[in-house]
Design a protein around this ligand. Structure first.
Ligand code: GSH
Length: 266
């Protein structure tokens, strides 16, 4: 996708407004009206988290593509800041914030749970979820938006170290965070795992995981998970959609602005 209006330069890429590949098939399978509706954007990793949860659980839902930068009323009626994902469930309930939405899906008790049954392991999952949101996700954007080579190098080391800390906290056999099956922490992390290869690889030379490592095992398990695949578009969609971040263009998004200003993510 190109945006001819951007700086008068017709070669600039911008974000996509329609999923491609496997994600498009999933969108098409979920186009009819349902009690539960998710407002999403095909490129958005926060949306992908909630979307993976729905696919994993097999909860019936309608996927509605919206442009969060145009802020349609159907979105701002749910979240006044106009961020995706947002959901409606039934005639009177709506919610936003990807982690809160994922917890809501857990609490519905439908399909297979992403949380472990015991309170202590669940608390551990919540702790690492918080770590992903406060440390890893901002670290990803900081590196992607950095324009000077020196900063790219130091942010790359920071992100690598932050990921290593998460890997050390994971079950040593894996392949997922808690062991054999995909869980809450994996789904929280999955959209950025996908984007490490598809976005940070081409734009910042992020290396593919070293074969035989625990990290490699985890990445492969996440990338091959059925629900992750079903919500992932073709590579070109991500390359195009993230060029704005990689060039740190003005007015890219609330996330990009928060990172540039050293604030916490919106
Ligand atoms: N903390 C939010 C972040 C959601 C978010 O930033 N979504 C982006 C798309 S990836 C968005 O809606 N951006 C619109 C904007 O920047 O105005 C969550 O976890 O749901």
């Amino acid at each position: 996708m190109t945006d001819a209006s951007q700086n008068g330069n017709a070669t600039k890429k911008t974000y996509h407004k329609k999923a491609t590949g496997d994600a498009l098939l999933t969108v098409e399978q979920h186009s009819k009206e349902e009690d539960l509706q998710i407002y999403g954007s095909c490129f958005c990793p926060f949306v992908q988290r909630a979307w993976i949860s729905l696919e994993h659980k097999g909860i019936p839902y309608q996927y509605i593509e919206v442009d969060p930068y145009k802020k349609p009323k159907e979105l701002t009626d749910i979240n006044p800041r106009g961020l995706v994902p947002a959901i409606r469930h039934g005639p009177s309930f709506s919610m936003y914030e990807s982690t809160v939405i994922m917890e809501y899906f857990e609490d519905l008790g439908e399909g297979s749970s992403l949380f472990p049954p015991d309170a202590q392991t669940k608390a551990i999952c919540r702790l690492w979820t918080d770590y992903i949101n406060r440390i890893i996700v901002p670290g990803f954007y900081r590196l992607l938006q950095a324009q000077e080579e020196e900063k790219q190098l130091s942010y790359s080391v920071e992100l690598r170290d932050a990921i290593n800390k998460l890997v050390e906290a994971a079950n040593s056999e894996g392949p997922f965070f808690l062991g054999n099956s995909i869980g809450f922490v994996d789904v929280q992390m999955a959209p950025w795992v996908v984007r490490l290869r598809k976005v940070l690889g081409p734009y910042r030379g992020w290396p593919n995981p070293e074969p035989g490592t625990r990290w490699c095992k985890w990445v492969e398990a996440i990338e091959n998970d059925k629900s992750v695949k079903a919500t992932t578009s073709d590579d070109g969609l991500y390359l195009d959609s993230y060029e704005r971040y990689a060039e740190n263009r003005p007015n890219t998004s609330q996330v990009a602005q928060a990172v540039n200003e050293g604030r916490g993510l919106p």
